[in-house]
Design a binder for this molecule. Structure first.
Ligand SMILES: NC(=O)CC[C@H](N)C(=O)O
Length: 287
């Protein structure tokens, strides 16, 4: 479902120019539409009853498995270059390849390209595999470390393809790093639970406390589900907490080299406070 402004832009409806969209939005909301959901009729005739019916029929994100639909179909090596150079943080396309880099196999649940850029900037070589890649598919690439990407939908609805594979990958003892959906999937893989948040976190100014030393990172976030800290098993500890609502924002395992964050350390545009996580992960592959 799209918002009214998006619909108008797509249809270039001159006839809508006279409509006070704010007033319309207010009327739709006042009539009880869920927050943020504004439907439209295809004809451009706005029938508020029909709009509301559509909005109410939307089942919500809970139970929706979307990661496999937006993933890549083929596996590929990440080698975004321009004029012979890889993208580098603060430099643009200026870096060079060649040195012996640790190999990260990134499972793409709907990944942002800027994550791959940041992994490369931190010194890794990156191969990307589909969300539905098997344990054997990943291991065939001989990874030094595994990355679990962000992605849409309900983490608990990914069912068969993500969590069982992550469990097997954890057992290899190879370093593993997850972001956002990847963080939630790591949580599920070790037996924690995720729930739909009452209000998600979206935007580029979310303070997060790093519990190891109290440092506050200003982060970028985009999630509607969260790992429930109370359900973390004994071999997982919370590492980061949202200072907006106290929800979990990071975890690490105590018995395996795996950690993950709920926020987006690759944010761009956005604060770069959390780039250290890429350096930490790629640094651990060199050891
Ligand atoms: N950015 C993400 O990876 C989002 C994770 C998940 N789909 C959520 O909404 O919580």
């Amino acid at each position: 479902m799209e918002n009214l402004a998006g619909w108008m832009a797509r249809h270039n409806r001159i006839g809508l120019a006279g409509i006070d969209t704010r007033a319309l939005t207010r009327r739709i909301r006042a009539a009880g539409a869920p927050n943020g959901v504004i439907a439209h009729s295809a004809s451009g005739e706005f029938d508020i009853a029909a709009l509301l019916e559509k909005a109410r029929a939307w089942p919500g994100l809970e139970g929706m498995d979307l990661a496999k639909d937006v993933s890549t179909e083929l596996h590929y090596g990440w080698g975004e270059t321009r004029e012979g150079g890889l993208w580098r943080l603060g430099f643009g396309y200026a870096g060079a390849e060649g040195e012996d880099r640790p190999h990260v196999v990134a499972i793409d649940y709907g990944s942002k390209h800027n994550i791959f850029r940041n992994l490369v900037e931190a010194g890794a070589k990156v191969s990307v595999v589909p969300a539905t890649a098997s344990y054997e598919d990943v291991m065939a690439l001989n990874p030094d470390g595994i990355f679990l990407s962000n992605g849409p939908g309900d983490p608990a609805a990914t069912g068969e393809y993500a969590v069982p594979v992550i469990r097997q990958l954890l057992d290899t003892g190879k370093p593993l790093f997850g972001i956002c959906l990847g963080h939630q999937l790591l949580g599920l893989a070790v037996g924690a639970k995720t729930t739909k948040m009452h209000q998600g976190h979206r935007g580029a100014n979310h303070p997060v406390k790093r519990l190891s030393d109290g440092l506050v990172e200003i982060t970028s976030m985009n999630h509607g589900f969260a790992v429930e800290r109370e359900t973390l098993p004994a071999n997982a500890r919370e590492t980061h907490v949202s200072l907006f609502d106290g929800s979990n924002a990071g975890l690490e395992l105590t018995d395996r080299p795996a950690f993950s964050v709920q926020y987006h350390p690759e944010a761009s545009p956005g604060p770069q406070d959390s780039f250290y996580l890429f350096e930490r992960f790629v640094g651990s592959l060199r050891k």
